[in-house]
Design a protein around this ligand. Sequence first.
Ligand code: BG6
Length: 468
Amino acid sequence: MAPTALYPTIFVIFGITGDLASRKLLPALLSLYSKRLLPKRFAIVGFSRRPFTREEFREFIRSKLNIRVGQFKEEDVKHFLDHIIYVQGLFDQPDSYKALANRLTEIDKSWGQCSNKLFHLSVPPDLYEGILHQIHDSKLALPCSDETGWTRILIEKPFGNNTKTAQQLDALLGKLFKESQIFRIDHYLAKEALQNILAFRFANSMFEPLWNANHIDRVHIKLFESIGMNGRGKFYDSLGAIRDVGQNHILMMLALIAMDKPDSFSATDIRNARSQVLRKLSSIPERHIHEKVVRGQYNGYISEEGVAAGSKTETYVRIEANVGLSRWKNVPFYLETGKAMAETKTEIDVYFKNTEDKKHEHDPVKQNILTFRIQPDEGIKIRFFVKTPGPGLITESKILKFKYSDVTSFGVMPDDYERLLNDVVTGDQTLFASTDEIMASWKFITPILEGWSKLTLKKYNKGSADVE
Ligand code: BG6
């Protein structure tokens, strides 16, 4: 990771007492701090509703950080906590934003510099609109000048609920802030093994000539999780699998597999190449929804805490998608995700066409499969065929494997949020979703949502892979 720009920076986190802040943001910031990748002068200002004294807040954060023994030096944790400041406030109260602005000014004064400021909305999406207005109206997002003290806004997916609400959110963001200030997080883009898809495809000349409908039979993208709701029932119930990970993480994986080589590896060109593919996703007409989409819910979901009685929210979805480009003519992309599945794994299988005619119906299909293992056990696998020693020309399949964990010089895999927070500070938008990508993905997903009621909600048992 490139060293972070050293200009003084304040990270303002709305909803610092929430799940995302304690599970992802604060541990990522602590880790960046322990690696000396944060600017020397930095502060983390937490803004939330609950009352805390400074000491109580420090203890609260420490208890939430969930540090493993030996993970960080005790001295680093102590100094990191010294950088955290709490401002109690209500998200819809202008006075609370005045108090926040005053606190930020005090910090700048004590540093004798106008710092960079990053506003991270780590709150449920129904609060975005109000907070964005308040940040704007209270002038918190005004930079000190063109050169110093930038301000940036970070928002988390889901960006809207369908095409219409996504457009509304986008219009609001566009009205209140400049595009260069807005960073839309889809943390899958920051996963090392996902970034490797582009490197692997374009750094190895042996794959690109085959990367098309002449040679590829189908692609299967899976994002399976063995966990159920884990206390997120209320939030999840308002989304379901397709909005939670389908419209974003899974479609981003599809984009990286199917995109053309970008003109350059700049943020703009990479984002454009991704969005070109997403724009070409063929919409699924209502009359075909039964053949192309399966939706399911695990038994016991409606008894999860926070889930509405009789909820019809899906915890599993499988979509057969097509990309309307000649390169991908008639190549199905199966997109599949579920909670409470048999195992936790994210992987992408690219099936190549069988080159040999089958002599008998029961002969095994000989297909090369290239698997990108995104997590856990990140790596790449290729299934290929070799001659079985002995008489005749009998072949059998073998696996060529690369695993990140086998390469000691690679060290520990970088954390998604560490990468994202580092990039937002350095101003690199490559790993953030663009407005074009978001709109294109909703354009594909919204008609499916409109056809939902036509589909039976299939039931499956927790820990089972059988949703048929
Ligand atoms: C989040 C979803 O965006 O991604 C969660 O809201 C899901 O439901 C999570 O569990 C998966 O992310 P990761 O990084 O743990 O694979």
